[in-house]
Ligand binder design. Sequence first.
Ligand code: FEO
Ligand code: CA
Ligand code: CA
Length: 549
Amino acid sequence: MYKQSTTNRSENLMERRAFLEFLGVMGVGLGALGFNPLAFGTGNQQVFPSLRRSSEDRFRVAKGLHYKVLVRWGDVINHQGETFGINNDFTACLMDRPESLEGTLWVNHESPDQNLLHEGAHLKNRTMAQVVIEQKSVGGSLLKIRRTSPSAPWVVDTKSGTNRRLTGETSIPFEGGPIVGKSEARGTLGNCSGGVTPWGTILTCEENTDEYYGKAVFDPKTGKHHIDFKAATLSWSQFFPAPPEHYGWVVEVDPKTASAKKLVSLGRFAHEGALVTQASDGRIVVYMGDDSNDQCVYKFVSSRKDSLAEGTLWVADLKQGRWLALDVDKNPRLKEVFKVQSNMLTFSREAAAILGGTPLDRPEGIAQNPFNKAIYISLTNNIPKGRPFGSILKIDEKGKDPGAEEFQTSTFLVGGEEVGLACPDNIVFDPRGNLWITTDISGSSLNKPPYAPFGNNGLYVVPAGGPAAGRAHLIAAAPVGAELTGPSFSPDFKTLFLSVQHPGEAGSTGGAPSQIWSSNWPDGGKPKSAVVTVGGPLLESLTLGRPFP
Ligand code: FEO
Ligand code: CA
Ligand code: CA
């Protein structure tokens, strides 16, 4: 059953209790985990090499880590002259073997920054050329990466035929469509976070999509909808009148061919990401958050083990501790309002509200603990509701089975000064149960009350054991205005791929001739989003249990 979260001081601590509980669930001690509790100091002494918080315009890493910029916005990636897109987010590194010297890296490109793309241009009177530049800047990049040895830095192989872009111009068919009478969409956009399937395809998730072609507004009373073009602040519809219903889906990309399809079965909303795991019976389960104030968490349970084409979409009801099926054939009320399943999936958010899905505080990153199998969900914040620092919700599925229809919930972490971070966004567990968290305090709020104590956004780790457990430790800090997003490990767990997104956000005035930017990261001058690779003894101590000097 749902456990009401409270905000008293004891629950403002993240919690050692939670770790003890998780260790207890495993029935083992720290020694059996292979975790060296002496790795970061002894007794109560706190010697984890955390960074101090600051507002410096640098990418900083803790002692024991090093980093390198792998690829940045505008870098040419192939013979055709295609370039790496802007505002990179989700990353995924695919390799045949963990020790391999080459891999394929997928990177999302979330949203166009008009000041950076059209420096000095008047933005009110849009031109088709500007819109095309913006369309080419979003979507995703597929890159071949290489290293000369397992300890050498990764580089992008720009000569590889693998390197391709998916953009806001690429024709992408619907699987499970058509949608508003069309079998394919013009491009993908709003590509925020994502996931990887067991069969080696990438899921890239379309999140905030209304500003491109408008907002499709559904009226459950009449079963009809209309388009609100006022929401289309980027005015792409002025030159390319695509239906807004063609965006807000999960897109599956085959990295071998760069072919893509929009998966209607997984529903349409502000898709943050897609955590892919397996039910006890082997069916594939995808957990997904709808990143908006007072929106829901969903899971899709596939009816097959090798495809996401068919299955059931469920929304979480935290009060009852139950998943509710979004299925017009099993629910007369949904049938009455939406008539057919594809129409209901197009308006998943409205269907979830009819069923009684629980509104949450911007559900973003989702991760599964490798030991207790619980599902952890970042609730970034809910500013109108007076919850600026966010929290992490924990879902324990019945029988530890992601295919279950019932679950229990608890609050794993409440953001704030005591825990050490604010606004958790992307989260990932390493194989030893340490939780890695990136934060997303918005660019306009950074270093101002109530966020001043937290400094710039960062990458934090919550160790699973030892004296440093129970707190979030800052181990990488973003330059001015940026958020760190898309953390993912190489299969050998020696590299963390990390996106530095929108340095200088909310501070770039743009405009010729002065071009005053509030960040000059990474090269000086105009700020550029980039993917960095992070490695070093601290990382390998956390991910692989190697001794940390
Ligand atoms: Fe694109 Fe919800 O972050
Ligand atoms: Ca996010
Ligand atoms: Ca975010």
